[in-house]
Write a protein that binds this ligand. Sequence first.
Ligand SMILES: Cc1ncc(COP(=O)(O)O)c(C=O)c1O
Length: 466
Amino acid sequence: MKDFRQQAHRLADWIADYLEDPGRYPVLSRVRPGDIRDALPARAPERGESFDAIFSDFERVILPGVTHWNHPGFFAYFAITGSAPGVLAEFLSAALNQQAMLWRTSPAATELEEVTLAWLRRLIGLPDAFEGVIYDTASVSTLHALAAAREAAVPEVRAAGLAGRADLKGVRVYCGEHAHSSVDKAVILLGLGHDALTRIPADAEFRMRPELLATSIAADRAAGLLPMAVVATVGSTSSTSVDPVDEIATICARERVWLHIDAAYAGVAAMVPGYEWILRGADRADSLVVNPHKWLFVPFDLSVLYCRRMDVLRQAFSLTPEYLKTSEGDAGVRNLMDTGIQLGRRFRALKLWMVLRHLGADGFRAHLAEHMRLARLFAEWVDRSDRFERVAPVPFSVVCFRLRGGVPDEEHQRVLDTINASGEVFLSHTKLDGRYVLRLAIGNLNTTERHVARAWELLNQAAASR
Ligand SMILES: Cc1ncc(COP(=O)(O)O)c(C=O)c1O
């Protein structure tokens, strides 16, 4: 590329400006379906174009179609931050273009992953027996965890598969009523069949009821089925409820069933003093997923699977064709291709390392604690309001609330559409106990009390004028 240095400087300036103030854009893109597609030619250019022309189209066509996840008014789903050190790491990672399939193809990516994941493991208080591996998303981490559980539970599954087996009446996986849909997808993809997943009912605070888990496992065993795994959630997607991991771990140990913990969003909160309890019992789990791209300020994507039985995961996935054999063999090196379905993998550990070093453990604790303080403050406003009511506890940085007085779902939808059209804030919804619920999620480093107060003001205005 001609003038690469000049363009790189220009881009770095643009990125620095953007990260300094992403709030200058409307948080939610205002394009309509098809707008971006229609503004672009149907075929790739025959001749190469200048970077000036490309960048001007980036600003003119692409940028308006961006929903700004880095915006301080982003309160939808789980709010996240692509922090500056992580963004710079991505820049470096792209330039280095590492494929960390074998230790040899990237000693740095392989060993930095080991080091950073040990740092994170100690921060959240998991024992050293857990070995970590980085994947792209929690969905993929959970898929791998359940593949390992299948390897552990079903004899000869790697060679014989599941189909047409006289020795196997059926396999069962259990999760809470409020577990994430990635568990369903993993069960489907692993060939267990969606019917193999049993959702255990929740208590009034949306936590899995362990006594019903125990009953369900016992009934399945009596029916000749094979209980394979339980997925407990620490920080469920809708309400951030925390399943009673300790009690669930006791059941899993007794029943010899793989315990996987989905702590994709909230697991990092265990590093905040006073929040250690959320992972109580996790030391007895077989695997746990936590997503630094959710609430640890690492740019998307980076998910970590910690596994206490990594040998089983390797047994499920390792396969070395001749062209990938190296003289190091297995002697003292990890080959990351052995711990998953992917062969090539990006150098994701670099951004985790840079963000961990730049913010430091103290920085993380302070930011997470502040996000939780803001959520509690917002919850207090809701509790004092005669327009809105809170519908779930607020253990972390998410508040679930509704309009008071049995207002129909469509009216909630209208309030949401009205405030999201402002461009200042973006909230999303869920359903709890069958009712439409508004959700305010805090997780961006740029979000301050002022932004939360503005969201509250807009909500009240929209509710008043409906
Ligand atoms: C509890 C939980 N688990 C898993 C996921 C899936 O995350 P990912 O997008 O990393 O696959 C989510 C997404 O929000 C989640 O909330």
